[in-house]
Structures are given as C-alpha cells and as structure tokens.
Design a binder for this molecule. Structure first.
Ligand SMILES: [Zn+2]
Length: 136
C-alpha cells in the first residue's frame, strides 16, 4: 500500500510541503546541491541537509503509460514520468503526469508542478506533487 507517513523523519516533510502546495527536496547546506532521495546526511560530503523549496518548473526526462494494474492501489491508465527540477537538473523525481495524453509528450519538454489529491484503494487520500506540460 502506498501511504505517505508525514511523521517519517526522512520523507515526512516532502509530503507535508505537498499538502501546503510546495515542492521541496532535501538540499545540502555545505555543497549547495540537491540530495535526492532524502537521506540522513549528504551522500557526497556528509553535510547537514535542509528542505529547499523549488519553483516547480522542470524538464520531462522519460515517461510511460500504465494501462494495467501495476500497483493494486491505483488502476490504470495513468502516466508516470521522470522529471528533473530546473534548480537541480541532475536529480530525477518519479511523478505522475496529468492533464495530458502520452502522445502530447516529448523528451526535454518543459513541465510544471501541480498538486493533486490521490486516493489509493486502501488507506487515506494524500496530496502528491504531479506534473503537466508547461505550455506558455
Ligand atoms: Zn554535501
């Protein structure tokens, strides 16, 4: 079952910030770069991490359309993707792509964050950052 734990010391802040409409990633205060996934300390220098709020703009790296029941808590079809945030293009966020079709997507296209409440079959609904093509 997918159920974010807002009290989890490593990942709780990510989910709490999503509830507040913010996209945050863990960031090293010493080497000044994103550290993703969240860890107890920086995997490069051992420095202390804090939560950095990002703009929510990014680049679509890859995607896939899930048509079956890959995860028993979420029925397909839906689009899943890898997004690199503008401020940290060297990391990948695993996310869902919304308000678009697979045929609308292309590599390196600009995407922007949205926040959606997801309802798994079991457990409580939760807010997650998702992305959509950023057509301006
Ligand atoms: Zn560091």
């Amino acid at each position: 079952m997918i159920q974010p734990d807002l009290a989890d010391p490593l990942t709780g802040q990510f989910w709490q910030s999503a509830r507040e409409g913010k996209l945050q990633v863990s960031w090293c205060g010493t080497c000044d770069q994103a550290v993703w996934y969240p860890r107890a300390c920086c995997n490069i220098c051992g420095g202390t991490l804090y939560w950095q709020t990002l703009s929510g703009q990014g680049t679509l790296i890859a995607w896939s359309e899930v048509t079956g029941s890959l995860n028993p808590d979420f029925n397909g079809p839906y689009l899943t993707g890898l997004v690199s945030p503008r401020e940290a293009p060297y990391i990948r966020l695993v996310t869902q792509l919304v308000d678009c079709r697979a045929r609308d997507l292309c590599c390196d296209m600009a995407v922007a964050v949205r926040f959606r409440e997801l309802q798994p079959r079991r457990g409580a609904a939760f807010v997650a950052p998702v992305f959509t093509p950023d057509i301006r």
